[in-house]
Design a protein around this ligand. Structure first.
Ligand SMILES: *Cc1c(COP(=O)(O)O)cnc(C)c1O
Length: 359
């Protein structure tokens, strides 16, 4: 068996320890004689799995009691539509920092008045706009952000001043990468396939007072977040196996020392790559320095043929999935929690050698 260093933006690398545990429990989960894939979601065994996962997540993020944790499915895309179904009564403000925020905005605009509060489209989303004094009005039901922009490699290092309006955040690609203060948000959600687990699970952390029965009349029950919270994610069959893997990742995060330690490691890994980019004569980072993500690091040579050569040669060297998003080109290294420091070091060594050979 040989594993590559996988820099995929998502679905992405998972901790090897977690995959090994899952493999060892595949045929016979804790002596029950069946796989987690085969057991009823109403069974005592699965009840333990989902309850333990929630408890560990609550501990990792210090989630207060007046917030619900919900496990959903359907991808972030379903939440783009579900959020306005649940919360858009009059108006909602969207900050447009990339493709995911744009898609969320478009879904909201189908259902009501969506206002673009700010955008960084003018410079290919390479920065986070100044959000200290946006045209937010009292009749806005919420302010929406995409906190870490997976495609462009930007991250909000300061949350917007929402002028007292509820904050809704898509944290898919930075979830559990470092500590976060849940109390600053009303609705947080993450597709887990970036940093936490297999595709198919979305985790929502919502302030109970923000959840509402007053949803649009066409809202399916499984997209009614208050109802899903009341049913403890079990209104219908949840993505059982994915939730189980997320639970194993939460245990792994706790064993690693929790989110503070994870944040320290992630900062350290990102610094190795950014320090190299900042002195390189061939490669350059595409994001304004103060807005850089520690999860997704896009970079270019400025020459599309050379970029393609880099992607091909890095793959041959065991560094996989370094091609940039199909909409932006260039390269992108996603260095999520499960990417070891050694993987980033090997990437930088490879980049150094490539630069020597091609300049
Ligand atoms: C990947 C990603 C999405 C889209 O996720 P789907 O599960 O494919 O719908 C949305 N937002 C962010 C921040 C992402 O990284």
């Amino acid at each position: 068996m040989s594993r590559v260093y996988n820099f995929s933006a998502g679905p992405a690398v998972l901790p090897e320890e977690v995959l090994k545990t899952a493999a060892s429990e595949m045929l016979d989960y804790h002596g029950c004689g069946m796989s987690v894939m085969e057991m009823s979601h109403r069974s005592k065994m699965f009840d333990d799995i989902i309850k333990t996962a929630e408890a560990d997540l609550r501990e990792l993020l210090s989630i207060p009691d007046d917030y619900s944790v919900i496990f959903l499915q359907g991808g972030a895309h379903l939440l783009f539509a579900g959020i306005p179904m649940n919360f858009l009564k009059k108006k909602a403000g969207y900050i447009i920092t990339g493709q995911w925020a744009t898609k969320a905005f478009k879904e909201a605009a189908k259902q009501g008045e969506a206002v673009e509060l700010a955008s960084s489209k003018d410079k290919t989303f390479s920065y986070i706009p100044d959000c200290s004094d946006l045209p937010i009005t009292d009749d806005m039901d919420y302010v929406y952000i995409c906190e870490n922009n997976t495609i462009y490699g930007t991250k909000y290092h300061t949350l917007p001043n929402t002028k007292g309006r509820p904050l809704v955040s898509d944290v898919s690609s930075c979830f559990l990468s470092e500590p976060m203060d849940v109390t600053k948000y009303d609705f947080i959600y993450a597709g887990v396939q970036k940093n936490v687990g297999p595709a198919g699970v979305q985790i929502v952390i919502a302030k109970n007072s923000f959840l509402t029965d007053d949803v649009k009349p066409y809202t399916p029950d499984i997209m009614n977040y208050k109802l899903m919270a009341e049913k403890e994610s079990l209104l219908n069959t949840p993505p059982c196996y994915g939730i189980y893997i997320c639970g194993l990742v939460f245990k792994w995060l706790k064993e690693m020392g929790g989110l503070k330690e994870m944040g320290r490691r992630n900062e350290e890994k990102a610094k190795i790559l950014y320090d190299f980019l900042d002195q390189s004569k061939l490669f350059k980072g595409t994001v304004r320095k103060e807005d850089r993500s520690i999860m997704n690091v896009p970079f270019v040579t400025g020459d599309a043929d050379l970029d393609a050569k880099f992607v091909a040669e890095s793959k041959a060297a065991g560094l996989e999935n370094l091609k940039g998003h199909r909409t932006v080109g260039g390269m992108r290294a996603s260095i999520y929690n499960a990417m070891p420091r050694a993987g980033v070091e090997k990437l930088v060594e490879f980049m150094e050698a490539f630069e020597k050979a091609n300049s």
